[in-house]
Design a protein around this ligand. Structure first.
Ligand code: PAF
Length: 273
């Protein structure tokens, strides 16, 4: 596996590669969720690139940028074993200059849900993903459905900026008890991990209600909020796939999302119905 940190070196190296390039952008602390993205990329492309870059512009003041889990050597091993062809490991100076051209998240979709409590977060995400796309120039790029709003906004960016990149959404990977995998799960104490299960349980309950043809969003959210007690819930929301709030679930066209604080750890999860 080739490891490159320098942008120009990467671009020069990529000029010599043939075939479809599949790209998995990450912030490291890789887990089985990332592995499923890499596996899918390997199935669909000839050359697989993973980037690891903890992007400062998507963290707000007071968030966990400084203590974001970093496991450089373990991450390299995971990529190597998974058959990644190239690992891009830039430093902040490789990606950002002093006086930056900025890219803003859309005023509505970028500032609801996650964007309401973390204003500016998605501008940071879109800025770095745009930069990474320009550096790597992938044919396909892989993102987890767990970060549904991020996935939605990146898909929108690719469409609105006329980029020739196919965004591939990949299913959330869960522990056997239902907890969605996240790099932030390592912050959870034993008791918090038990509490965190309320998130996937509430989504499971929502899917049961839908299977019983109970489709009214308000009723489903009420039931979910009961299960989520006493967690500090950021939001429970039922949206269509374009991220508009809806009154009633439409099977095959909806997504149900939860964000909750467990101890000091903010966790996200959702199901696509
Ligand atoms: O989902 C992530 O890990 C990050 O938000 C991403 C897409 C790599 C951008 O920094």
């Amino acid at each position: 596996m080739k490891i490159i940190s320098d942008v120009l070196e990467l671009k020069t190296y990529l000029k010599e590669q043939k075939g479809k390039v599949g790209f998995v952008p990450t912030m490291g602390a890789l887990h089985d969720g990332h592995l499923s993205l890499i596996k899918r990329a390997k199935e669909e492309s000839e050359f697989v690139i993973v980037s690891i870059f903890v992007n400062p512009t998507q963290f707000l003041a007071g968030e966990d940028f400084d203590k974001y889990p970093s496991r450089d050597e373990a991450d390299k091993k995971i990529c190597e074993v998974a058959g990644v062809d190239l690992l891009f490991l830039p430093q902040i100076e490789d990606i950002y200059g002093r006086d930056e051209v900025s890219l803003s998240a859309p005023n509505i979709r970028g500032y609801v849900l996650e964007g309401a409590t973390r204003p500016g977060h998605f501008s940071g995400v879109l800025t770095v993903v745009n930069k990474l796309f320009n550096i790597v120039n992938p044919d396909l790029a892989y993102f987890g459905k767990k970060d549904a709003q991020q996935l939605n906004l990146i898909t929108l960016m690719v469409k609105q900026l006329f980029m020739d990149i196919t965004i591939v959404p990949v299913d959330t990977v869960r522990e056997s008890d239902g907890l969605a995998l996240s790099s932030r799960n390592i912050y959870l104490s034993k008791d918090e991990r038990v509490e965190a299960l309320k998130i996937s349980k509430s989504l499971h309950e929502a899917s049961i209600l839908v299977s019983k043809n109970i489709l009214e969003a308000e009723l489903i959210m009420e039931k979910m909020l009961e299960i989520l007690q006493p967690l500090d819930v950021g939001y429970v929301a039922i949206l269509d796939r374009e991220f508009n709030f809806i009154k009633s679930v439409e099977i095959g066209k909806s997504v149900i999302l939860v964000e909750a604080l467990v101890g000091d750890t903010r966790l996200l999860d959702n199901i696509w119905i």
